[in-house]
Design a protein around this ligand. Sequence first.
Ligand SMILES: Nc1ncnc2c1ncn2[C@@H]1O[C@H](COP(=O)(O)OP(=O)(O)O)[C@@H](O)[C@H]1O
Ligand SMILES: [Mg+2]
Length: 254
Amino acid sequence: MEQVIEVQALRREYVRQTRLFRSGKKVVKAVDGISFSVARGEIFGLLGQNGAGKTTTIKMLTTLLAPSSGECRVLGYRSFGEEKKIRPRINFIFGGEMGVYRRLSARDNLHYFSNLYLLSRAEQAKRIDAILKLVDLADRADDLAETYSKGMIQRLQIARGLINNPEILFMDEPTVGLDPLGARMLRDIIRRLREEGRTVLLTTHYLAEAEELCDRMVIINRGKLVAGGTPAQIKGDCATLEDAYVRLIEEDKP
Ligand SMILES: Nc1ncnc2c1ncn2[C@@H]1O[C@H](COP(=O)(O)OP(=O)(O)O)[C@@H](O)[C@H]1O
Ligand SMILES: [Mg+2]
């Protein structure tokens, strides 16, 4: 099986200025030596409490942030140093971000973003039609985005993330703030991406969602890995994944 993401002993520290003393500095170990890999075609979950280090990990994988140490490979290339090889072949959506233009329609948004990738007009139109259908926005494609529900905006963000036909899509909290129907629709779309052979790495706080959606996952806490495997493996003898999660986090208290 081809491993499209390989993370080995990955670390990232932030130096934070303390407020009290101007010269004071505190080193935050945001990601503290995690290792995991993701196979092509998997839906892979990154779970953990607020501040666990999920977003920092995704930022390193998507070439936006340099690791302090360790290995971070995407599609066989180093995410820092060989990022030009990776960027055309991946895309990412950070939850809660306003990454689309409200005064444009879904279709015009997608035309705008696809201009950043060198596609012919005909190719653009064809791909955009297919993506609009995939994210269930075809019937509203020509209405302004400002008339969309939160769920529709979120689906438009995904559409934007698909414009370069990425092999791997990274999603940081894709269903945050969505109502149950909106979240379910989004999960359906994520499964459609897997059917197309894409790999999806996502973070979520919703354990039922992770259980339903993810082929495999890791749980990180305070920058370190506390569990990894299929939902069933992590659940073990606990009744629910949530029970297992709570137990793992409690046991890891400093
Ligand atoms: N730019 C930054 N500067 C200093 N500390 C940061 C920065 N970004 C994140 N952190 C800290 O790193 C830790 C991990 O944050 P983050 O990766 O955003 O976690 P998560 O996405 O799991 O909530 C937290 O303690 C957070 O406060
Ligand atoms: Mg985060």
